[in-house]
Design a protein around this ligand. Structure first.
Ligand SMILES: Nc1ncnc2c1ncn2[C@@H]1O[C@H](COP(=O)(O)OP(=O)(O)OP(=O)(O)O)[C@@H](O)[C@H]1O
Length: 319
């Protein structure tokens, strides 16, 4: 990562909303001091469960919401008071696209490009993202994945120095997803600061140079993917199980601190396997349930496991 000033520096950010009628007209604090940095030439990912405060943090970082405390530097400026000059150096891709429904994608992108002093090569971007394949369809009639590609192109067309991407691969088929991943990697290598929010842990694990996990408006963990999973790797494994039998998380809960989660159909994961005795307890539990799996395998923990652990720790402490 670059040693120069970060493209985005958020320090001890606080944000209140309200007054909230359901709280007798009181204000509600949703950010309690979030801090993060996004470097140039890096993908910085913000992970958090629904309602953790990701959108609020990014709304403040983009100058759309006024913070109630802390500080934000976006390309060296306060985004809430900065001039439109700063906006032209920042790209934003929203989850719902925010695109006008009645226009066709190519005139739209050319129009957006016309608003910038030194736009990207629009035709190259259109070809790269396969937008010419649905050029005659108005935005209203595009599929979710097609809209995503147009929204990504619109965020990049001004050749921003920092770009905010909200779920950039949502709704994309595997081929388009790969195109988007390759483009993000190239832009990162060219020095762009990329701030990513996603619920897709595979995306986060594959793309991120640095990850912040926030929960309930606070930082709970940060590091590279390797740092976040390495410590876990030496301490714990995941037992992956394939079976046609129905396994119940409730039945396992009392067993040696093991946790069962259901993945895709017929696939389960048991986390909390720290020792050989834990593994024996897990297989004993399967035997007692008279389940002979079609496949069993031990895996290192993924970013998703780290994230789920942090989220479940929070749920337990809320009980
Ligand atoms: N205008 C508002 N008034 C009151 N509360 C709000 C407002 N906007 C957001 N909140 C609350 O702030 C908290 C954080 O919301 P935020 O949208 O930032 O979460 P998020 O991490 O982006 O969630 P998601 O993954 O669901 O998009 C939530 O509890 C939400 O209900």
């Amino acid at each position: 990562m670059s040693s120069s000033a970060p493209a985005l520096a958020v320090e001890s950010l606080r944000k209140d909303f309200g007054p909230v009628a359901a709280l007798d007209g009181r204000m509600v604090r949703v950010l309690h001091g979030v801090s993060l940095r996004a470097e140039r030439g890096a993908v910085t990912t913000i992970l958090g469960t629904n309602g953790a405060g990701k959108s609020t943090t990014l709304g403040c970082a983009q100058g759309l919401l006024k913070p109630d405390g802390g500080s934000i530097s976006l390309l060296g400026h306060n985004p809430f008071t900065a001039s439109s000059d700063l906006r032209s150096r920042v790209g934003v891709m929203l989850q719902d696209g925010g695109l006008p429904p009645s226009v066709r994608p190519i005139p739209l992108l050319k129009h957006v490009a016309g608003m910038y002093r030194r736009p990207a090569d629009v035709d190259a971007l259109i070809a790269r993202l396969g937008i010419d394949g649905f050029a005659s369809t108005s935005v209203r009639r595009l599929s979710g994945g097609q809209k995503q590609r147009v929204a990504l192109a619109a965020a990049l067309v001004g050749r921003p120095e920092i770009v905010f991407l909200d779920e950039p691969s949502a709704g994309l088929d595997p081929q388009s997803r790969q195109v988007v991943f390759d483009l993000i990697s190239e832009l990162r290598d060219a020095g762009l600061a990329i701030v990513l929010t996603t619920h897709l842990m595979d995306d986060a694990q594959r793309l991120s140079d640095y990850v912040y996990i926030i929960d309930d408006g606070r930082n709970v963990a940060e590091g590279t993917v390797a740092e976040l999973t390495a410590h876990a790797e030496t301490e714990s494994r995941v037992l992956e199980i394939s079976t046609t039998a129905e396994l119940s998380a409730d039945d396992l809960r009392a067993t040696a601190g093991l946790t069962l989660t259901r993945g895709s159909a017929g696939h389960y994961r048991i986390t909390g396997v720290h020792t050989a005795e834990h593994l024996a307890a897990a297989t004993r539990w399967l035997a007692e349930a008279d389940v002979l799996p079609t496949a069993l395998s031990m895996q290192p923990r993924s970013l998703e496991d780290v994230f789920l652990d942090l989220a479940s720790t929070k749920e337990q402490s809320d009980d």
